[in-house]
Design a protein around this ligand. Structure first.
Ligand SMILES: [Zn+2]
Length: 64
């Protein structure tokens, strides 16, 4: 049975702060997820746990 409605949050782009198309709930866990931003068209690797997001910008690494 479901009590209160599950809280959902939009994942924000670490580059420009725009909303991406990705929504997460508290239980969502992502590890090294390639997040694409439809606004600035950049991709970043994110890790999420309990609504805490860590982002790694790809330019900090060697591009393939
Ligand atoms: Zn963006």
């Amino acid at each position: 049975m479901k009590g209160t409605e599950e809280e959902k949050r939009w994942v924000l782009c670490p580059w420009c702060g725009a909303k991406t198309r990705l929504q997460i709930v508290r239980e969502t866990e992502l590890k090294d997820f390639p997040l694409f931003c439809p606004k600035c068209r950049r991709e970043s690797m994110i890790s999420v746990k309990h609504f805490i997001m860590e982002a790694r910008r790809p330019d900090a690494e060697t591009q393939c």
